[in-house]
Design a protein around this ligand. Structure first.
Ligand code: NDP
Length: 296
């Protein structure tokens, strides 16, 4: 892999904006053909401020590309059975192409049961066990938005993946594991290593990475001594650290010590403005795909 002479800062905002424009073109093309715009329903149970803000962002972004998005707000004490009924209604609604249940759900609701209730053909988050199975088997289905967004960042930044050693730190169901599956896929062809909190001598492994993906949830955890010169470093982490100079009293940093690491590597994503904007862009893309697939 030939890396740039100076670290190339991967502009997730720009790449996400390009993808949103492509989705808009896809939506416009549907309308020209006399088809209805894609429909997305976002279900939010409770009043978690972070979830409220994510849901607002998803609705706004959907509307900008012509997707009809509705947010269904329900109180914290919504019974599980009512949520399951609501999902059943959305599964049967012909105007709904994508269903997204914002996580986390309140403690009295079984998340697994709720995800299982979503029609896999409307599972635009890609969390349903059928979607996970399709991903592993390489069949058409929905890819989880964050890892799918990372693949786009790599491709559109010219990072060579074929034969590259990709090291992923983190083995969660929403990032680490699907990331490993995607990078292993024919066409991307990475050799993949997945690390976690019990991995022995983590730096000796991360230093071998041509592509290093940090999905840990620990501020500035990956330091310059843990990366190989010229590597592509993708920082998934979103961590709040206290910052009295900011009005809100904190700032967001990634899992990678950006300043030091960026002096050594070939490519790096910033936080914010790297992986974050891609997650919503891929949700829009999945929703358009859902609508197009349901037509055929
Ligand atoms: P999880 O907490 O589910 O997983 C964290 C992973 O990191 C676990 O596998 C854990 O290992 C591993 N880990 C923790 N400490 C260490 C350590 N010291 N050494 C090696 N591995 C370690 O987190 P998520 O995957 O959900 O998210 C990770 C980060 O990405 C978070 O900051 C989250 O906010 C962010 N995120 C960002 C998104 C975006 O759109 N940009 C989307 C999703 C997440 P073990 O399994 O052994 O416990």
């Amino acid at each position: 892999m030939t890396s740039p002479a100076i670290a190339h800062i991967i502009d997730g905002k720009q790449i996400a904006s390009d993808i949103r424009s492509e989705v808009k073109q896809g939506v416009d093309a549907r309308i020209l053909l006399g088809k209805r715009p894609p429909g997305l329903r976002v279900v939010l149970v409770g009043e978690n401020p972070a979830s409220q803000s994510y849901v607002r962002g998803k609705k706004r972004a959907s509307e900008e590309v012509g997707i009809i998005a509705e947010t269904l707000l329900h109180p914290e004490d919504m019974p599980e059975a009512d949520l399951l009924n609501l999902i059943e209604q959305l599964n049967n609604d012909p105007d709904v192409d994508g269903i997204l249940v914002q996580l986390p759900l309140p403690d009295h609701i079984d998340e697994d049961k709720v995800i299982l209730a979503i029609d896999p053909d409307k599972d635009v988050d890609g969390f349903h066990p059928v979607s996970v199975g399709r991903l592993v088997l390489g069949q058409a289905g929905f890819e989880p938005c964050t890892p799918a967004g990372i693949v786009e960042l790599l491709k559109r930044s010219g990072v060579e993946t074929s034969g590259a050693h990709a090291v992923i730190v983190g083995r969660s169901n929403i990032v680490g594991k699907p990331m490993a599956t995607l990078l292993l896929r024919r066409g991307l062809d990475c050799t993949v290593t997945v690390c976690h909190s019990r991995t022995k001598d983590l730096p000796s492994i991360t230093r071998q990475a041509d592509i290093l993906i940090a999905a840990i949830g620990r501020a500035n955890f990956i330091t310059a001594s843990m990366v190989k010169e010229g590597a592509a470093v993708i920082d998934v982490g979103i961590n709040r650290i206290d910052d009295a100079t900011r009005e809100r009293g904190y700032r967001l940093v990634g899992d990678v010590d950006f300043k030091d690491v960026s002096e050594k590597v070939g490519w790096i994503t910033p936080v914010p403005g790297g992986v974050g904007p891609m997650t919503i862009a891929m949700l829009l893309q999945n929703t358009l795909h859902a609508a197009n697939r349901r037509d055929t």
